[in-house]
Design a protein around this ligand. Sequence first.
Ligand code: FAD
Length: 441
Amino acid sequence: MESLLIWGCALLLGAGLFVPYFLRFRAARRQDAARHDETEALGMNRPVGQYPLIDANACIGCGSCIAACPEGDVLGIVGGKAVITNGARCIGHGRCAEACPVGALKVGLGDITTRDDIPVLSPELETNRPGIFVAGELGGFALVSNAVDQGRRAMEAIAARGPFPAGGSRWDAIVVGAGPGGLSAALTARKLGLRCLVLDQQAPGGTILQYPRRKLVLVQPVEIPLFGMLNQKEYSKEELLGIWLRLHAEHDLKIHTDERLLNVTGTPGDLVVHTTAGEHRARHVVLALGRRGTPRKLGVPGEDAAKVAYRLIDATLYKGSRVLVVGGGDSAVEAAVAMASQRDIEVTLSYRKPRLLRIKKRNADKIDALIASGAVRFAGDTQLTAIQPDTISLATPTGPAILPNDFVFIFAGGDPPFPLLREIGVAFGGDQADIHQIVAL
Ligand SMILES: Cc1cc2nc3c(=O)[nH]c(=O)nc-3n(C[C@H](O)[C@H](O)[C@H](O)COP(=O)(O)OP(=O)(O)OC[C@H]3O[C@@H](n4cnc5c(N)ncnc54)[C@H](O)[C@@H]3O)c2cc1C
């Protein structure tokens, strides 16, 4: 009898511990499956650049990859195996691969023969056009550390082809794009004694310049040429930009701002770089254009007004205003969150779909809380149709609406740089059935 009681208690205790765990586990797996179906139906599970490549035969479904991902619901478990639930959220930290106990997962570009947004590169990061290199996110891999690393590698590969004769009007290298990739390439050129010109359609800083003020950037350890290691885990946007601008000034980098690349013609060793300001000649070109391209306009009446912007730098400047943010991605949500976190800014977020899906989990948590508290008015399933001096017009499922408005921020993505690369003659993965050379990570 006594042992029966002991066994009974032990069973009850075991069940008390196990059953809640089992129910939570089952609910999480159901959520993963539903999320997977939803994002698949919306085309959201497709990768933007790199993404987790899962070997389903090796995967044991332990979920370590899910727990390790800093971006939230990129991965889930469906049918006992890891699957991509939201590939668009992957920005390539690679923590999932590190966490997998059986090596069933790595982060990469997959079969690039199926991708017409991934340029074909040699292990030295050279394109099919001799002398034209690609560095940074344009090649498919996001992250500041990848861009810095690839900018350095591309320029080292160029330097290894020297020495180049001094003098003349030809640059040893022209770098297009002054983001982390391009600046790293330019610093490497300075370090190795190459004559290098950098061109950018905006000011130096690249995508970092577009981040909201004081945004925290997660950085993997990487060595910046002529600076040393970036080894804090997090930097503010301002800290990172400060480092770049200091290096630009200290090493007297030659940077032309507000100059947009239009084409690269010429022959190997004598390339002609066509820009909005004219032509330059160079032995080599490094394209570090990122993947965001030029901000996309909506083409609505009134869009050229001074109150319309395509990025938010300082939310505090809009105190006392009524602001419309248009878009459903991380940039739109981060801008809406930054402004709604200020007292005295009335924020409406207009998105053409009924729900926000393309965003990181931590952004989703913040915006959900602000919507719930009424600090952000979410106008899902709406489209901006016109911008007037003191109002904006929205098309909503229940008919047109006019809202009082002082400023409009449009985050509709960018016109990608891929057509420009095609014009230059750069080949993409999807162009060729038989690719022997792919980028080496
Ligand atoms: C909201 C957001 C958050 C992010 N958070 C992180 C993070 O926490 N940690 C992290 O490591 N990464 C993060 N990233 C990714 C990171 O910012 C990018 O991977 C990195 O900036 C890529 O650097 P890049 O030099 O390749 O390109 P970019 O930084 O995009 O720079 C490209 C440059 O090329 C210029 N350019 C483009 N086309 C032309 C043209 N035709 N002519 C002339 N110039 C041109 C652009 O003006 C730009 O200055 C984030 C990105 C975003 C959007």
